[in-house]
Design a binder for this molecule. Structure first.
Ligand code: ADP
Ligand code: MG
Length: 224
């Protein structure tokens, strides 16, 4: 297995806190990883750096042999669009578009050809059927239940077959039964799309089932 992610001595400082204080780790392509740690330990910060949503104060973030630190803002936007699928605790579906248009937005932003867009549409419709949300496609996000919104969000994250599927507390607002289902779903889909899966959680029950774990404490990796 070759490393797809190399984080080298990464620091991220804010005015009042050292969110990450020298983190070094590698992750292999196609595997599943869990990042755990108490609230405020730097989990989200680490995930945002991996996803190109933010930049480190110091250190290197190398994904697929690209050093994200060297990319311009425009190049980072392309990186996020083409390489990354994000699943957050809350859903960032655009309220002014129906769900199908939300799902096709990444393909539109990517400037895909008609043929490529048709492939994405086929994939998205297939996933909607697998995840039992076909009936939601013509609806607007506010017309959906929380669980339905979350499944639409997961489909959007996977719509362009991302190299990395980054999930920040994806089960944060679910009961334990539904949490297990969502984690299982993320794992199954990540395998199907050959995506490297990174899940952030502070939920010990979810953490139990992951073989590869990183534990953060006050911005430092304390065990793997
Ligand atoms: P976690 O996801 O593990 O709860 P975070 O990565 O969100 O932790 O935060 C780590 C630390 O960095 C916390 O002390 C938090 O207050 C601080 N922090 C995170 N984001 C910002 C920000 N945008 N501005 C200032 N401080 C921040
Ligand atoms: Mg967080």
């Amino acid at each position: 297995m070759s490393p797809i992610i190399k984080i080298l001595n990464v620091k991220k400082f804010y005015k009042l806190s050292r969110a990450l204080n020298g983190v070094t780790l590698t992750m292999n392509e196609g595997e599943e990883y869990l990042i755990r740690g108490a609230s405020g330990s730097g989990k989200s910060t680490l995930l945002y750096l991996l996803g190109g949503l933010d930049r480190p104060t110091e250190g290197e973030v190398i994904v697929n042999q690209k050093n994200l630190v060297e990319l311009s803002d425009e190049e980072l936007a392309v990186y996020r669009n083409r390489y990354i699928g994000f699943v957050f605790q809350f859903h960032f579906l655009l309220p002014s578009m129906n769900c199908l248009n939300n799902l096709l937005l990444p393909a539109r932003l990517a400037g895909f050809s008609k043929e490529e867009t048709e492939n994405v549409t086929t994939r998205v419709l297939g996933l909607a059927s697998t995840l039992s949300v076909t009936h939601c496609l013509e609806k607007f996000p506010f017309e959906l239940s929380g669980g339905e919104q979350q499944r639409i969000n997961i489909i959007r994250a996977l719509s362009l077959k991302p190299k990395l599927l980054l999930c920040d507390e994806p089960t944060g607002n679910l009961d334990s039964e539904n949490s297990k289902k969502v984690i299982q779903l993320l794992r199954t889909l990540a395998k199907e799309f050959h995506s490297t899966l990174v899940v952030v959680t502070h939920d010990p029950i979810i953490a139990e089932s992951f073989h590869n774990q990183f534990l953060l404490k006050d911005g430092i990796l304390v065990s793997t």
